[in-house]
Ligand binder design. Structure first.
Ligand SMILES: Cc1cc2nc3c(=O)[nH]c(=O)nc-3n(C[C@H](O)[C@H](O)[C@H](O)COP(=O)(O)OP(=O)(O)OC[C@H]3O[C@@H](n4cnc5c(N)ncnc54)[C@H](O)[C@@H]3O)c2cc1C
Length: 406
C-alpha cells in the first residue's frame, strides 16, 4: 500500500500537538506542516509577557526542539497555502507549486482584528500576534517614553504590564465602560483597574479612539470626545478574527470559525480543523463555540489527529485560560457567560489573591482565580463533575480548600 500523506496547514500550537499526536496514534505516512511564518511552532502567550519584556528569547519560545520533529519524521515547509482543491485532494501554495494530501488538517489560527484607524500606517504603531510583531515593537520600547495601548482586554493589559516593567509611561484606552468587559465580572474589572493604577498605568474607559496623528512617526492619539494622548509607541489590541477564508473558498462549512464536530471533523471526511480557527460543539456548555486558548488548541488537536487515523476520541475538555500581569497569575476555569451570581473567596477589593465563582442557578459554571491555584483545580473538578456546592460554603475561608468538598 502506498504510504499516505497528512498535510497540516499552519505551524503553531495546534499544529505542534497535532503532528505529535498523529505519530502517537500510529500514523506511519508522511507528515508535512506548511506554515507561513519563519519559525518552528512557538508559544504565543509569552509574546505579550516575558518575550516582550525581554526575559525570554526566541529560542525559549519553541514548543518542541527541531530534534523532536526530525526524530518523528515531521517535515516543515515555509509557504502560504492559497487554495484547497477538495476534489483532487491538493493544495496550491503561494510559490506556485501544488501539494497532494490524503488527510488535511486546518490549524490556521486567527489574525489580529484591524482597527482601521486613520494614521495606523505611521511608524511606532503596532499590533501584537507574532514573534515578528514583537520584534517590530521592541526598538520602540524605551524607558521614560510614552506608550498608548488601545484595547483593555487581556493582551492589552499584559502588554501594559510588560511595558511598565520596562519603565515606559503607559496609558490604556478602552472603548467600553470597563476593561475586560467582554470576559469578566465588574468586580474583576475593578480589581485589574486598581492593580494597574497601583503600578502606575493610566486607564481610561468609555474612550473611542478617532485617529493616530504624526508626521512620519506617531505623536499622539486623538479620541472622539476631543481628548488627546501623547504617544511614542501605540499598540492596538482589539481582538482577533479567525482565518476561515481558505476553508470558505473550498466550500467547507464556516460560522465564526470552521465548523467541526466534537471529533474536530469538518463536513469533508478528509479534512479536520483545530485551534483558534475552529468552531466546535462543546458538550459541557451544550453550545457551539470558538475558543482562543492554548489548552483548546492542544486538546482539540489531539481529537483531530485521532480522527485522521480513523479513531474517534471526542474533544470534551473544560475550557480554561490564564493571564500573567505583574505578580498576578490569573487562572480561569470554564466560561462565565450567562452567570447570574458571582461570589468571592478572599478580598478582591484590597488584596492580590482571591477567587471569583460564577453561578448559573445552583450550578458553578466558571471561576477566576488570582494567585489561587488550589481554588482553580477545585473549580475545574466541580464544573466537570457537575458537583452541587453552596456558594456560601465556597466563600468561607475558615474551611480549607481541600476540605470544601468533604
Ligand atoms: C500575545 C498573545 C498572548 C496570548 N496569551 C495567551 C495565554 O496567556 N493563554 C492562552 O491560553 N492563550 C493565549 N493566547 C492565545 C493563543 O496563543 C492562541 O489560542 C493559540 O496561538 C492558537 O493556536 P493555533 O495553532 O490555533 O493558531 P495560531 O497560533 O494563530 O497559528 C496559526 C498559524 O497558521 C498560519 N497560517 C494561517 N493561514 C495560513 C495559510 N494559508 N498558509 C500557511 N500558514 C497559515 C499563521 O500565520 C499562524 O502561524 C495568546 C495569544 C497572543 C497573540
Amino acid at each position: 500500500m502506498t504510504p499516505k500523506t497528512a498535510v497540516i496547514i499552519g505551524a503553531s500550537h495546534a499544529a505542534a500537538q497535532l503532528s505529535a499526536s498523529l505519530r502517537q496514534e500510529g500514523w506511519d505516512g508522511d507528515i508535512l506542516v506548511v506554515g507561513d511564518e519563519a519559525y518552528l511552532p512557538y508559544q504565543h502567550p509569552p509574546l505579550s509577557k516575558t518575550f516582550l519584556s525581554g526575559d525570554k528569547t526566541v529560542a525559549d519560545l519553541y514548543i518542541r526542539p527541531a530534534a523532536f520533529y526530525e526524530k518523528n519524521n515531521i517535515r516543515f515547509r515555509q509557504a502560504r497555502v492559497t487554495a484547497i482543491n477538495r476534489a483532487q485532494q491538493s493544495l496550491t501554495l503561494d510559490d506556485g507549486t501544488s501539494l497532494a494530501y490524503d488527510k488535511l488538517a486546518l490549524c490556521l489560527g486567527a489574525r489580529v482584528r484591524k482597527a482601521g484607524l486613520p494614521g495606523e500606517q505611521l511608524a511606532g504603531v503596532h499590533y501584537l500576534r507574532t514573534i515578528a510583531d514583537v520584534q517590530g515593537i521592541q526598538p520602540d520600547v524605551v524607558a521614560g517614553k510614552r506608550a498608548v495601548i488601545i484595547g483593555g482586554g487581556y493582551i492589552g493589559l499584559e502588554t501594559a504590564a510588560s511595558l511598565r516593567k520596562q519603565g515606559m509611561e503607559v496609558v490604556v484606552l478602552e472603548m467600553a465602560d470597563r476593561i475586560l468587559q467582554r470576559v469578566t465580572a465588574p468586580a474583576l474589572s475593578a480589581f485589574y483597574s486598581r492593580i494597574h493604577r497601583e503600578e502606575g498605568v493610566s486607564i481610561h474607559t468609555g474612550v473611542s479612539v478617532k485617529a493616530l496623528v504624526g508626521d512620519t512617526r506617531v505623536e499622539r492619539v486623538v479620541c472622539a470626545d476631543g481628548s488627546e494622548f501623547p504617544a511614542d509607541l501605540v499598540i492596538i489590541g482589539v481582538g482577533v478574527v479567525p482565518n476561515v477564508e481558505l476553508a470558505q473558498a473550498a466550500g467547507l462549512d464556516v460560522d465564526n470559525g470552521i465548523t467541526v464536530d466534537e471529533f474536530a471533523c469538518t463536513n469533508d471526511p478528509a479534512i479536520v480543523a483545530a485551534g483558534d480557527c475552529a468552531n466546535h460543539f462543546n458538550a459541557i456548555y451544550q453550545r457551539r463555540m470558538r475558543l482562543e486558548s492554548v489548552p483548546n488548541a492542544g486538546d482539540q488537536a489531539k481529537a483531530a489527529a485521532a480522527s485522521m487515523c480513523g479513531v474517534k476520541k471526542a474533544y470534551q475538555s473544560l475550557p480554561w485560560f490564564w493571564s500573567d500581569q505583574y505578580d498576578l497569575k490569573l487562572q480561569i476555569a470554564g466560561l462565565s457567560q450567562g452567570y447570574d451570581r458571582v461570589v468571592f473567596r478572599g478580598d478582591q477589593a484590597n488584596s492580590r489573591s482571591f477567587a471569583a465563582f460564577y453561578f448559573q442557578g445552583a450550578r458553578l459554571i466558571a471561576a477566576d482565580c488570582i494567585n489561587r491555584p488550589q481554588e482553580f483545580m477545585l473549580s475545574k473538578k466541580i464544573i466537570l463533575d457537575n458537583i452541587v456546592i453552596e456558594p456560601g460554603r465556597l466563600v468561607d475561608e475558615s474551611v480549607a480548600v481541600k476540605d470544601l468538598l468533604g
